[in-house]
Design a protein around this ligand. Structure first.
Ligand SMILES: C[S@@+](CC[C@H](N)C(=O)[O-])C[C@H]1O[C@@H](n2cnc3c(N)ncnc32)[C@H](O)[C@@H]1O
Length: 295
């Protein structure tokens, strides 16, 4: 997966990360140190602090700065239908296969998790595709789509579902007209799509809950964890993969970001569904033996 050359977070940063952990319970020690250093330094400069020590005192005196710090560390860049090819495959191949198989078995519920959902662009893109599919094939299905992130501000924005032009530039014109209304230069998602997603705060390193508590149990047919793993070192990526693997139903599908692949310890636990897109199917690994579908 991603090459990890350095470990740790650099001496100057550690007290800041410890403070963040103590105050908010978020562990950023597994993030790539160079990325952390770059982002925190930018914030330091923005508020005219001399060095990391001064920034730590500033955090202690001004608790609101903790939110700014979280904001600069978590990168919420996203957009609707980010990575066009992957979303085309989801629409044409992944969703129809899952939905038709479920309908055949008389199972009318679809469980999906978007982990690291940023401002909702990813889960809402999925709801649009699912709505299109069910409408076309005249299938009834109860959708349970859970979308989680560590960033409260991003989740609040997701609830508003109002997006700038840069977020919607990958959306087909027909879908834009059908599912959004224009508000000045912005685009608001229609309530019927918005209400299908349950957003909640959830840390992918949470040790108490293996899946978001709102979802009660995992057993997801589809999990998207895209462009989140790239920020973590190998040890933390494995921790997250343990969670992802166990959250999936038998033969469940996992979709990663374009630059991501399963952590080494989990390579045998997934088979690639398509050679040229990061879409994987869960395999059963029992005492070292692999069971389940070969592609
Ligand atoms: C670059 S965005 C990816 C958004 C979307 N999945 C996509 O691919 O377009 C990464 C998201 O992961 C979230 N994130 C980072 N660390 C996290 C953690 N430990 N637990 C949950 N979410 C986290 C960030 O807040 C951010 O919204």
């Amino acid at each position: 997966m991603i090459n990890e050359t350095k470990q740790g977070t650099g001496g100057g940063l550690k007290p800041i990360l410890d403070y963040l952990m103590k105050k908010r319970g978020f562990d950023f020690s597994g993030y790539h140190p160079a990325m952390l250093e770059r982002r925190i330094s930018q914030q330091l400069t923005a508020i005219a602090c001399e060095d990391f020590n001064e920034y730590l005192s500033c955090l202690q005196k001004n608790p609101a700065e903790l939110d700014n710090l979280l904001d600069v560390i978590t990168i919420n860049v996203s957009r609707f239908f980010r990575d066009t090819l992957t979303f085309e495959l989801i629409a044409d191949r992944i969703l129809p296969t899952i939905v038709l198989e479920k309908a055949r078995l008389g199972d009318h519920s679809l469980r999906i998790w978007s982990a690291g959902c940023a401002r909702g662009e990813e889960p809402y893109s999925l709801v649009i595709l699912i709505h299109e599919l069910l409408e076309k094939d005249k299938i009834e299905m109860n959708l349970h789509l859970f979308a989680t992130d560590i960033d409260c501000g991003a989740l609040t924005d997701a609830g508003k579902a109002l997006y700038p032009p840069s977020s919607i530039e990958n959306i087909k014109h027909r879908l834009l007209m059908k599912y959004f209304t224009a508000e000045g230069a912005y685009f608001r998602l229609i309530p019927d799509i918005k209400k299908r997603v349950t957003f909640s705060l959830y840390d992918m390193l949470d040790k108490k809950h293996s899946v978001p508590p709102e979802s009660v149990f995992g057993n997801f047919d589809l999990v998207l964890c895209r462009n989140l793993l790239i920020y973590f070192n190998i040890k933390y990526q494995e921790t997250i993969f343990t969670k992802l693997y166990h959250s999936l139903s038998q033969n469940g599908i996992l979709i990663l970001g374009e630059a991501e692949e399963p952590a080494m310890a989990y390579r045998r636990h997934f088979s690639r569904v398509v050679d040229f897109s990061p879409i994987y199917r869960k395999r059963q690994v029992i005492k070292g033996e692999i069971h389940g579908c070969e592609e």
